[in-house]
Design a protein around this ligand. Structure first.
Ligand code: SF4
Length: 233
């Protein structure tokens, strides 16, 4: 049984086009410096422990109001019980969105083939040559590439997205991401925003790209994708 480290009871933005709640799972195999969920990542107490049974009590109360559930973290695919939980959500009549860092293609394959998710959002941390610089962890790029392929071929709704900081990304490196993901349906550039529980607190002072700069990157990347969006500006 899964135990969640947090819940957002209603969100209109996490699951595009749906009214949803968001559930947070602990643990992650990356250490992205800008990550604002450090307690979850390091599997420390968030002061919240929600067993599956409580999640379903809450969902029962919200029946007819919520369209779906977003499962985020941490990295949800580290939990072997995830497919079973998604199956219960589907049985409950809810759509399921999964946020992932793409390090577990085997889990993605299982979730997709068994139709246990409806929307997958995968973080693209950087261009392939600089991936480990951003996720601050050893990274298996074959696994990342396999996940990208599974998501693109899944016929599900999906998005690839990058949180953009001048420290880690330039226009050239973003264009490399464009070439890498060329032909994908949807890509989002997300503005970085410092948060109190970021993994690397020194980023509090880090510079950000201006809205206009992010929009100009999006314009340059437009030919690579069907849709592109700039977020959180
Ligand atoms: S941003 Fe995502 S992948 Fe990176 S450390 Fe946080 S939870 Fe893990």
């Amino acid at each position: 049984m899964l135990v969640f480290g947090g819940i957002q009871k209603t969100t209109l933005v996490d699951y595009p086009g749906e009214v949803a709640c968001t559930l947070f799972l602990p643990k992650c195999n990356f250490r992205c410096p800008y990550c604002y969920n450090s307690k979850l990542v390091f599997n420390e107490s968030t002061g919240v422990k929600i067993p599956e049974s409580e999640v379903f009590e809450f969902l029962e109360e919200r029946k007819g109001f919520l369209d779906g559930v977003c499962i985020t973290g941490g990295e949800p695919t580290l939990h072997s019980e995830l497919p079973n939980f998604c199956a219960k959500l589907k049985k409950f009549g809810l759509k399921v969105k999964l946020d992932t860092n793409g390090t577990n293609p085997e889990m993605l394959k299982k979730l997709v083939s068994k139709k246990l998710v409806d929307y997958i959002a995968m973080d693209i941390k950087a261009d392939p040559e600089n991936y480990d610089m951003v996720c601050h962890s050893p990274v298996n790029m074959d696994a990342i590439n396999e996940s990208i392929g599974i998501i693109r071929d899944s016929k599900l709704k999906y998005e690839f997205r990058t949180t953009v900081l001048p420290k880690f990304h330039t226009k050239e490196s973003l264009l490399k991401i464009g070439g890498w993901l060329k032909g994908a349906d949807f890509y989002a550039l997300q503005q970085f925003s410092p948060a109190p529980e970021m993994i690397d607190q020194s980023l509090e002072e880090a510079s950000k790209y201006a809205k206009e700069e992010l929009e100009s990157f999006a314009k340059a990347l437009k030919p690579f994708f069907n849709r592109i969006e700039v977020r959180n500006v």
